[in-house]
Design a protein around this ligand. Structure first.
Ligand SMILES: Nc1ncnc2c1ncn2[C@@H]1O[C@H](COP(=O)(O)OP(=O)(O)OP(=O)(O)O)[C@@H](O)[C@H]1O
Ligand SMILES: [Mg+2]
Length: 261
């Protein structure tokens, strides 16, 4: 329960497939860990800025200067873009839409462009127990930076049709990051079944995932639950919006499983 100095864990929530609940998971895992008393930093690397927006009041504009963009492109210290949220123990680093052109902007930058987030984190990581990184639905420079900076990957997979497309590519990317020595220790902390319902497709996909990934799949599956979507549009987490909902119960279980791994 108490903060463990010098023992922080950095977890990227990643799957290059879009709309599989990466942001929803990053937001609610961060919030759930913070509720347990851990000091948490949520870093939004997605130009869509979905997870940043939940924690920043709608009328507040995030400037380029005070966003992750400035850290990755101009080597601004990460500490200068960290913001408090309304939730105790939870701070965030916001994304900026300009991150969408970063692959082009850094195309000519050969000096450790995959390690910029990792380096930026070195100076602040000891202040946090958990650093959760939300990633975009692509395998570009931002996702690579997240993978290089992370100890673990948490991979949400939506249990709908086409769920498994992209998993092989994701595994290849993880292998590439390991083999090129960018991050030889990178490992999957768990695969999370999301959007589960009682249809045969959902049950089938979950079974295939459990056959393929074995114990790496979290025991808890996240059900389809409209409260999770409502929470985002109310600029809060599932615990703030509907603490007794099926979504809140499931994400609370996920927090326990992450803490146990
Ligand atoms: N379990 C759920 N039940 C119902 N709706 C959900 C659930 N999880 C996420 N959603 C909704 O589904 C949409 C996609 O979720 P989310 O934005 O978390 O996915 P993502 O993987 O981050 O997407 P992207 O790839 O675009 O970043 C959002 O509108 C979100 O509110
Ligand atoms: Mg997202």
């Amino acid at each position: 329960m108490l903060s463990v100095q010098n023992n922080s864990m950095i977890i990227s929530v990643a799957n290059q497939k879009g709309g599989v609940a990466k942001s929803t998971t990053a937001i609610n895992l961060s919030a759930g860990l913070a509720l347990e008393g851990y000091k948490v930093l949520l870093i939004d690397t997605d130009p869509q800025a979905n997870s940043s927006r939940v924690f920043i009041h709608p009328e507040v504009e995030v400037s380029l200067e005070k966003s992750l963009y400035n850290v990755i492109v101009n080597f601004t210290p990460l500490a200068s873009v960290i913001r408090k949220t309304d939730f105790p123990n939870l701070q965030i680093v916001p994304a900026h839409i300009r991150l969408s052109s970063i692959d082009l902007e850094l195309a000519q930058a050969f000096d450790n462009r995959s390690e910029r987030l990792k380096r930026a984190l070195e100076k602040v990581k000891d202040q946090f127990d958990y650093i959760i990184i939300d990633t975009p639905p692509s395998l570009g420079i931002l996702t690579i930076n997240a993978f290089v900076a992370s100890d673990k990957l948490l991979v949400p997979v939506s249990t709908g049709f086409f769920a498994l497309t992209g998993i092989v590519q994701l595994k290849e990317t993880i292998d590439m990051i390991r083999q090129t020595q960018l991050n030889p220790e990178l490992d999957i902390i768990g695969v999370l079944c999301t959007f589960s319902d009682h249809t045969n497709v959902s049950k089938d996909v979950e079974k295939q995932l459990r056959d393929y990934f074995g114990d790496q799949v979290f025991k808890i599956t996240i059900p389809k639950n409209v409260s999770l979507e409502e929470a985002h549009s109310n600029y809060t987490t599932i615990f703030g919006h509907s603490p007794t909902s099926a979504g809140a119960t499931a994400y609370r279980e996920l927090v326990k499983e992450v803490l146990a791994r």
